[in-house]
Design a protein around this ligand. Structure first.
Ligand code: NI
Length: 157
């Protein structure tokens, strides 16, 4: 099944899917948002929360400049050459993520984190869950979230 559109490696694979697998491309959309949060576990004492979360347990909250990288992987559409129209992806990220979280206090202003500790890990999972239904099921989705330049998470891992 590996015709002229396939890459050389496919010639020996000889499977129906070789072109599909070989031609996968990842596209990325980067966004930036600011948000405040406080990390704490309401079931713990102040001392326990201070010990585990340190400065991030500040009762009056603190902010981060989050960098969000949305990765979509799939085979480019034969008609358009796109994996996903990046304008469309940008619009979806703005609607689902930026409008919810940018310039918000995650603990107080959002339903998503009213009862969920807004760690970078949990924020990445929530963002994935918000975006996943909006993106064609045949495309893979991965979220990378930078809480600082040096601290970042990915989901799914
Ligand atoms: Ni923090």
């Amino acid at each position: 099944m590996c015709d002229a559109t396939g890459v050389g490696l496919c010639a020996e694979a000889g499977t129906m899917n070789c072109n599909l697998m070989a031609n996968k491309v990842a596209v990325f959309r980067k966004e930036h948002f600011n948000a405040a949060h406080r990390l704490f576990n309401p079931l713990w004492t102040n001392e326990e929360n201070d010990r585990v979360f340190g400065l991030c347990n500040n009762p009056n909250y603190h902010g981060h400049n989050y960098d969000l990288v949305v990765k979509v992987t799939g085979e480019p559409d034969p008609q358009t050459g796109y994996v996903i129209d990046l304008k469309l992806l940008s619009d979806i990220v703005k609607e689902e993520v930026m409008s919810r979280f940018d310039h918000k206090n995650l603990n107080l202003d959002t339903v998503e984190f009213a009862n969920l500790n807004p760690t970078a890990e949990n924020i990445a999972v929530v963002i994935y869950q918000l975006l996943r239904p909006r993106i064609d099921a045949k495309l893979e989705l991965q979220i990378r979230l930078y809480e600082t330049e040096r601290n970042f998470v990915e989901y799914p891992a």
